[in-house]
Design a protein around this ligand. Structure first.
Ligand code: URA
Length: 184
């Protein structure tokens, strides 16, 4: 089975997944982009706009992320965009157990895509993918090599929108990322 079909199978599993749906609402947001992407962006959990459309990062912070992706010369369709939590949490932020369950679907997606680098957008993305509690304010802009996979840590775009000084740091991290990507 090719990568696109395998990813579709996972998206269907997410749509049927009762554990994912517990304490959450709206449409499933599995992720979107190139099945063969060299770069995967991982966020936190869908917001209202994402839950209404079933598409990742299409609200305010999504527009910001998508503009940063374009600014560093990447086409959205060359990347894959997803999150550890696949439905909108009723409480706004996902619980540890939401992340621990959602990551199983995410890891299956990452295994299929097999990207050169995974961009971890914020604390939940770090915990959801590498199971580490990372202080983003100290480690942003760092490349982490773990188990034969390269990761890049930065802020979640919604944190940058809430607190503008972080927006500047996020932009300069993306400039670093531009150079890293050139060498991939
Ligand atoms: N924030 C995320 O982390 N993921 C989305 O899909 C949208 C907003």
């Amino acid at each position: 089975m090719d990568k696109a079909k395998r990813l579709e199978e996972i998206a269907k599993e997410i749509e049927r997944c009762k554990v994912c749906q517990k304490g959450k609402s709206g449409k499933a947001v599995a992720g979107e982009g190139c099945p063969d992407a060299r770069i995967v962006f991982v966020g936190e959990a869908p917001g209202r706009t994402e839950a209404a459309t079933g598409r990742p990062f299409v609200g305010r912070s999504g527009n910001f992320l998508r503009s940063l992706i374009k600014e560093i010369g990447l086409k959205e369709e060359d990347a894959f965009i997803t999150s550890p939590v696949k439905y909108l949490p009723d409480k706004g932020t996902p619980s540890k157990s939401d992340i621990k369950h959602g990551r199983l679907h995410l890891l299956a997606q990452l295994k299929i895509i097999d990207p050169k680098i995974i961009i971890l957008l914020g604390k939940v993305a770090c915990f959801g993918v590498i199971e580490e509690e990372i202080a983003i304010n100290k480690r942003h802009g760092e490349v982490i090599q773990k188990d034969d996979q390269r990761y890049f840590v930065t802020f979640h775009p919604s944190a940058a929108l809430r607190f503008p000084p972080l927006g500047k740091l996020l932009k300069s991290d993306f400039e670093k990322l531009r150079n890293i990507i050139k060498k991939l």
